[in-house]
Design a protein around this ligand. Structure first.
Ligand code: IPE
Ligand code: IPE
Ligand code: MG
Length: 245
């Protein structure tokens, strides 16, 4: 399914509700994380086939280290397994994969290696950029950008929003147009704080392991029905995030 008009350029998902999905089935929380893989792969393929250029998935936050170490360990193992299993298909489908965050030394080195390999393997692909926010924190990215500006010796009066944005990690990533947070929770949870400044938000009730292409189409329909004005009184000329001039 290729949708051409009114498509967001950059869609981001806060993949929430795995634990509740498992609890509903009297299963351990980690069963919900296992079941999340099918949703992830379905949404990646759906976004790619719809012609979305940028898809970001929030997989692990800087705050998620607070969870019991057994859950964190299983999550790391599941992510590694998914990368090893799906790397060839992601590459074959023209998807450039990269990871945002990734600075904690607690991430197991073999996982870091697999992530590096996937990033290198798919680095020249252009059909869609898939960003996995992993060990990600929006505030940490902003602090990193501030440090980078200072290290580069940029005088305070030359620090504009544009220069600041150029010092963020993955500075070439366009602003997020649409954020989908599943499970009914309505908060940012420290996700891509700079990039979501003018994003549209939708909060489907569905728990992430049940999220499928059909839910994505519903979210895209909701997005198309929104008026984006970016502070102006006119609707934006393009719903793709282009601000009125
Ligand atoms: C999201 O599901 C996955 C991660 C944060 C890693 P949760 O594990 O937060 O599931 P709930 O919110 O407890 O249901
Ligand atoms: C946000 O979900 C992080 C991810 C989806 C990876 P959480 O479930 O960790 O967020 P809170 O704790 O409800 O804010
Ligand atoms: Mg949660």
């Amino acid at each position: 399914m290729e949708i051409t008009s009114g498509l967001p350029r950059h869609v981001a998902c806060v993949m929430d509700g795995n634990g509740r999905w498992a609890a509903q089935r009297s299963l351990p929380r980690t069963a919900g994380h296992e079941a999340a893989e099918a949703a992830v792969m379905d949404v990646i393929e759906a976004a790619r086939s719809a012609g979305i250029g940028w898809l970001s998935l929030y997989a692990f936050s800087t705050e998620n280290w607070r969870r019991p170490s057994s859950e964190v360990e299983i999550l790391m193992r599941l992510v590694r397994g998914a990368i090893r299993k799906h790397a060839p298909a992601l590459h074959a489908r023209g998807i450039r994969c990269r990871f945002l965050g990734m600075s904690d030394t607690r991430i197991p080195p073999p996982l870091v290696q697999d992530i590096t390999d996937l990033t290198v393997l798919t680095g020249d692909n252009r059909r869609m950029t898939l960003t996995v926010a992993f060990d990600h924190g929006g505030r940490r990215d902003i602090v990193q950008a501030a440090r980078s500006l200072i290290r580069a010796g940029i005088p305070a009066d030359q620090v504009t929003e544009a220069t600041f944005a150029r010092h963020l990690p993955h500075a070439d990533t366009p602003d997020v147009d649409l954020v989908i947070r599943t499970s009914g929770e309505q908060r940012i949870s420290n996700f891509m704080l700079w990039q979501v400044a003018y994003a549209e938000w939708v909060f489907p009730q569905v728990l992430w392991p049940d999220f499928r292409a059909s839910h994505l189409w519903e979210c895209l329909d909701t997005y198309r029905s929104r008026q984006r004005r970016f502070g102006d009184v006119r609707e934006s000329t393009a719903i793709t995030g282009e601000e009125p001039r």
